[in-house]
Design a protein around this ligand. Sequence first.
Ligand SMILES: [Zn+2]
Length: 400
Amino acid sequence: MARDFAIARLPRIEFGAGVRHRLPALAAGFGRRVLLVTGSRSLLQGPFWPELEAGFAAQGLDVIGHRISGEPSPEGIDAAVQRYRGRNVSVVVAIGGGSALDAGKAIAGLLLPGNTVLDHLEGVGPERPYRGPALPFIAAPTTAGTGSEATKNAVLSTHGSGAYKKSFRDERLVPEHAVVDPDFLATCAPGVIAGNGMDALTQLLESYLSLRANPFCDALALDGMAHARDSLLALYRDPGNATARAGMAYASLLSGITLAQTGLGSVHGLAAPLGAFFPIPHGVACGTLVAAATAVNIRALSERDPGHPALARYAVVGRLLTGRDSLDDGDARAALVERLEAWTGLLDLPTLDRFGITAGDHPRIVANSRGSSMKTNPIVLQDAEVAAILEARQAAADAG
Ligand SMILES: [Zn+2]
């Protein structure tokens, strides 16, 4: 019997090779002036821009460009809002990785109200309710990915003392259109494919294991993981593989849809302080930890709550990702951890020491890992268990 559930708003979705050509017409549906947000990996100098620019011109659109470098910060969002307020922007279009999409989403949310994003950031400042209105927002991811094109939150980071990584979250921030064109992945560097791909896989896995999992998202998460299984390594080895590009773009889109509904788990709980305190990209943080976090979760559940339904779910994922349908539950869980460890190695995901993280930093990371993601982890982990996840990936040399 299906359990009760609710599904929050989704964007309209255009998916497939070449759908980027629909972007200008979709933007024109909201008015004449477009604020185009792009990232530092420059779309504007790459092979896709000339056609897009011609398309915007053909629609008679007036495009104001805004480039962001690195991950978006509250100050950067506020500065952009002040700069483009009063310029009669009718629609915000973001084309890029998770950083460009999150920046565009936050700017679209605040361009009309005009207040600082600090008013609304979770766990920071006054946490005033957001009342909108938001400008229409169109998201076109060029990586696979964060799934930001399907979510209602923009993740913003600060660095230095008191660093944090927190969300501006509201259903009104969900894009009007998600334009997911796998062709964009052809220009991704292998390291970006590896980190982002493991992020998408982690988001699907954590959605499926979330305490707020529901049957609608379960179906999407399992299908997304099957596509990641078949596509991630193939795409890493050859970004020219169109089937693999489509598979990972699809898996990433599904991961955004499911995480927005179900929440995540311990990997994302740790990724927030790691990304705030150290220069580690979000996807790399998730990718390097997911095997260890899965092993720790399974061990904690087996020891303290052996009847917990999450244990059977881990076995389902183990059979799915290995393709070995005849494994019993215990063997399937072991095979899941082995498979994730193998991918971590094959994708050359770096250990934590490569980002200046030392074992002495672990207590501070653990202490800041109990944000919203950790609350939907299938079991409440003890501090020593959270630390064990970090220790497993502190330095490869220590492990052998
Ligand atoms: Zn993520």
